[in-house]
Design a protein around this ligand. Structure first.
Ligand SMILES: [Zn+2]
Length: 410
């Protein structure tokens, strides 16, 4: 039994922080949340953690990661790694990424594409207790049209790749693609709806999948009780996909008012991944390369993403924290910066915390993201008050983290 007495408690529901509370953890669950004065006699074998000045809150959830990729600032490095390293080698590297993620206070993640079954195996190894890591919800491989966002022809056409990605063409092929990922153990489905950069900056989004392919993929996934996340840029294709029942819009730097309203009406989640776009500028064009056209597109995304977030947030659609960690972003160490960017984009600090806890848990379909009696004891103890300044979450050395009631040791 552990009894934690922090200065204040944030329960993940969005209610204001409460002072003078005690939280009792037994085995993997929170069994009691009460005022310190009501605690009564504490079991003499209980471990009591008094944390004046600190805040106890639910562990954070990153709804968009790639645990198989190493977060190298140069995207070509991870592409090469997926060719030079075997899938077992990538899985073992992913163990390290999972540990780094957990130590940063991220107690659950959703992985949205990995080679082979690498992250599905990692998820199971973590669940079985073989290795430490956050709880993982994984899509297996993202589905993409031939030559699409996740099936880029970066290699000579004599190169044959096995089980690296999942190209599908036509509605029936997407249905089959969904079934294949579910067969190998996917918890959710990722589709690549839009392509990356577009030359026409008046409409900076390219639809890659046909409407019929989108409808088929979503219909099949829902029939198999899996939610669907889509890599998107924005524009009419997102409106169409939301109408077809898409569950989460990833990136989506160009969301118009009609789509924002539709997302609010249908409860479609928005995972704006603000940090990964900014990372292009932190790493810089010298290191990244890229054409004038692709940088013009990135510039426009960098500018327009704030207004899209504001529209979706104001419309009342659920916003969720997700980073794209693994892709130009290391695992764990920068994740809380995404929470800061959500605040920069207009969310209140508490709403940004909710986006990174209970709303994310709802999207992932997991029992997490709350500190209430009966909830899973995924907890973070952070010095200071993140409901006043979310940047305290970036002080990783000062965090204490519990995953299912067990403290994570550095
Ligand atoms: Zn991604």
């Amino acid at each position: 039994m552990i009894v934690i007495r922090p200065e204040r408690l944030i329960d993940g529901t969005g209610s204001p922080a409460r002072e003078g509370m005690a939280v009792v953890v037994e085995a993997e669950r929170v069994t009691r949340v009460c005022r310190v004065a009501e605690l009564g006699e504490v079991d003499p074998v209980a471990r009591v953690i008094d944390a004046p000045g600190a805040t106890l809150m639910p562990g954070m959830i990153d709804a968009h990661v790639h645990l198989a990729y190493d977060g190298s600032p140069r995207p070509l490095d991870y592409k090469l790694a997926t060719l030079s390293d075997s899938y077992p080698a990538l899985a073992l590297q992913a163990v390290r990424h999972a540990r780094d993620t957990l130590r940063a206070g991220i107690t659950a993640v959703r992985d949205l594409n990995a080679p082979g079954g690498v992250v599905l195996a990692l998820r199971d190894a973590i669940a079985a207790g073989h290795v430490d890591g956050p709880r993982v919800v994984a899509c297996g491989q993202g589905l993409s049209v031939t030559g699409g966002h996740m099936d880029k022809g970066a290699w000579g056409d004599h190169v044959a790749l096995r089980d690296l990605n999942a190209p599908c063409d036509g509605p029936e092929a997407f249905r089959q693609g969904v079934r294949a990922q579910v067969k190998r153990g996917a918890d959710c489905i990722k589709i690549n709806l839009c392509g990356g950069s577009s030359r026409d900056l008046s409409a900076p989004y390219k639809q890659e999948m046909t409407d019929a392919e989108v409808a088929a993929a979503i219909d099949e996934a829902h029939r198999l009780e899996r939610h669907v996340a889509a890599h998107t840029s924005g524009g009419p294709s997102v409106t169409m996909a939301v109408r077809a029942g898409l569950d989460s819009v990833e990136h989506g730097h160009w969301i118009d008012q009609e789509t924002a309203d539709l997302m609010a009406e249908r409860g479609t989640y928005y995972v704006p991944t603000l940090l990964v776009n900014e990372r292009n500028y932190e790493i810089g064009r010298d290191a990244l390369g890229g054409s004038d056209a692709s940088w013009a597109w990135l510039d426009k995304a960098r500018e327009d993403k704030w207004a899209s977030l504001e529209r979706v947030y104001r419309a009342g659609a659920p916003v969720v924290m997700g980073t794209d960690a693994g892709f130009m972003l290391p695992h764990g160490s920068m994740t809380a910066r995404e929470v800061e960017l959500l605040v920069h984009g207009g969310l209140s600090a508490m709403d940004a915390i909710v986006a990174a806890t209970s709303t994310a848990a709802r999207l992932l379909g997991i029992d997490a993201g709350l500190v209430q009696e009966g909830s899973i004891a995924d907890l973070v103890l952070v010095p200071g008050d993140p409901s006043r300044d979310v940047r305290v979450l970036q002080d990783l050395d000062a965090l204490r983290v519990w995953r299912a009631g067990r403290e994570v040791v550095a």
